[in-house]
Design a protein around this ligand. Structure first.
Ligand code: 4NP
Length: 156
């Protein structure tokens, strides 16, 4: 059921070690700094890295901009997430279709693309796993921009 007070956001990518934990850390920092109360978590559609901390490159790039991802642990999307979270925010189109396959149809409206919450020339936050550090910097740029957009929506 949709919560009456504190909204909840689940960020989702494939591995839950690069993009969605970065989104979790950035969004938490921005929400705290702007005084918006929101429950935040992240998860992956795949289960390759369960229990692992975020990728070292994600942590490094995030740390360089003041975000600490070190306490986040990878988990897989659970059936209960579709009931528990108000907003299920995916990084790319593949994440959206993987989520929609698992999610009861009446809850599909909760699923959105992260970059649909801001004005961006990109539609997706691209998978940086096989990219260099520049790919991780781009991911962080996009996540910061989309976090500002989503936070504005939650605050209004
Ligand atoms: P993420 O990146 O979905 O942003 O966490 C990936 C991490 C790991 C893998 C793929 C994407 N992998 O294939 O292990």
């Amino acid at each position: 059921m949709q919560s009456q007070q504190t909204p909840s956001v689940l960020f989702v990518c494939l591995g839950n070690i690069c993009r969605s934990p970065t989104a979790e850390g950035v969004f938490r920092d921005k929400a705290e700094k702007s005084g918006v109360s929101v429950r935040i978590d992240s998860a992956g559609t795949g289960g390759y890295h369960i229990g692992a901390p975020p990728d070292k490159r994600s942590q490094q790039v995030a740390r360089s901009r003041g975000y600490d991802l070190s306490l986040i642990k990878c988990r897989k999307v659970a059936e209960s997430d579709f009931e528990e979270f108000d907003y299920i925010v995916a990084m790319d189109h593949q994440n959206v279709s993987d989520l929609k396959r698992k999610c009861p149809e009446e809850l599909h409206h909760k699923i959105s693309l992260f970059l649909s919450h801001c004005e961006s020339e990109f539609e997706e936050v691209p998978d940086p796993y096989y990219a260099g550090l520049k790919g991780f910097e781009l991911v962080l740029d996009l996540i910061e921009e989309a976090s500002d957009g989503l936070l504005l929506k939650l605050a209004s």
